[in-house]
Design a protein around this ligand. Structure first.
Ligand SMILES: [Zn+2]
Length: 390
């Protein structure tokens, strides 16, 4: 195997404050640093003047290097787009989750090859903006065949796949007893077909949407997933106050995502738990909604993650630097907190210790910034300064 030393790093963000040469801050910054990798694994991190001999040396020319972003929440398996719905929303139409059926129709109609090409292009777009590991959900098939197909295709791109058959009740099940029949399907045949291709199960727990699921319905979905060997994530507290956050904590979910509307009791429950609060500011941006209060969560001691929620309806952006810029500008996060949330925080929401950190033994997911410091991520919004190195 070839060993490669990356040198010329003016500022290396390791997220490893225990490294003896770091500044000891949560970002564990090492000035004038080098990183060595071999076979996709980091084998050495430290000051450049001590770098060991390697087969290859690559000088990044006096720039900053950070752990690649971990995008712990995305919906990349879809066809078509909903730009017209976006345009309507910008002139006042509200978002209630109903448009998901539009993406469902287009996704069901696409061939495997078309879907695979669409997902591949979106993952490539993420890498080009500095993202490494990405989580991908199903949720636009909403029948047994198409949910299993979405997860099979997602698995070709990531091990972090999430079954989201309980995204919304599809149109063909919305009348009479249909809702219960659909839940029976999600927790029965659909789960059985999807579980082999998924690590996680997720549910859109949102009593404020007529199309999404109540607390009791969500609990049933999550418990069925647990029984099938899946781990838990929850979409909760997005459109209004609701039971999602406390349900996630009660069932030991790795993450509750959105967290825009939280009571004091919700924040207390999260603070006393191992459940990560994942914030998705691209959604509030793209739906003209109020941003979640990251400061309140951080001050309470909650672990916060930032992710894209890249999806055709509420946020068709795959850019983590954009999420960081919004989090710093409008959600009360410092640039350091936002970067930590988009790397180590998101890794924790996926229960991963090998990504979101630059340390010996971790995955060699390195992102180069065309800038001297990570501060430029929020300081230069919309400028493509981040790209994956390795
Ligand atoms: Zn989502």
């Amino acid at each position: 195997m070839t060993s490669t030393a990356w040198t010329g790093i003016t500022e290396l963000v390791t997220n490893d404050p225990a490294h003896p040469e770091s500044d000891g801050s949560p970002l564990g910054i090492i000035a004038d640093a080098a990183v060595v990798e071999e076979g996709g694994t980091i084998t050495w991190v430290g000051a450049e003047h001590r770098v060991p001999d390697t087969d290859e040396q690559r000088d990044v020319g006096g720039r900053a290097v950070i752990p690649s972003f971990v995008d712990s929440h995305s919906h990349l398996v879809f066809a078509g787009d909903r730009s017209a719905e976006f345009a309507a929303r910008m002139t006042g139409a509200p978002y209630d989750g109903g448009g998901i059926a539009v993406s469902m129709e287009a996704t069901r109609a696409a061939t495997d090859e078309e879907l695979r090409a669409l997902v591949g292009a979106r993952v490539a777009e993420m890498h080009a903006q500095g993202t490494g590991l990405v989580e991908i959900k199903s949720g636009y098939g909403l029948d047994v065949r198409n949910e299993a197909r979405a997860l099979r295709i997602a698995r070709e791109f990531t091990e972090e796949t999430t079954f989201l058959g309980a995204h919304v009740v599809p149109p063909e099940f919305r009348d009479g007893a249909g809702r219960t029949e659909y839940l029976d399907l999600v927790c029965g045949d659909m789960l059985a077909a999807c579980a082999p291709h998924a690590r996680w199960i997720d549910v859109f727990c949102e009593p404020n949407s007529a199309y999404a699921f109540t607390g009791e319905e969500s609990e049933r979905v999550l418990r069925s997933g647990l029984a099938a060997g899946l781990e838990l994530r929850v979409h909760g507290n997005q459109l209004g106050h609701g039971p999602g956050a406390q349900l996630a904590v009660a069932l030991g979910a790795a993450s509750v995502d959105h967290c825009t509307f939280l009571s004091d009791a919700d924040v207390d429950a999260l603070a006393g738990s191992a459940t990560v609060a994942t914030l998705l500011p691209g959604v509030e941006f793209s739906t003209k909604s109020p941003y979640p209060d990251a400061r309140r969560l951080l001050d309470a001691g909650v672990t916060v993650a930032l992710a894209s929620d890249c999806n055709p309806g509420t946020c068709y952006s795959s850019s983590i630097p954009f999420a960081i810029a919004v989090a710093v500008r409008d959600m009360g996060m410092t640039p350091a907190e936002a970067l930590l949330a988009a790397t180590a925080g998101a890794a924790r929401s996926l229960r991963r210790t090998d990504v979101g950190v630059i340390r010996r033994g971790a995955r060699a997911d390195l992102t180069l910034l065309d800038a001297p410091s990570y501060l430029h991520l929020a300081y230069r919004p919309g400028v493509p300064i981040a790209r994956r190195l390795a």
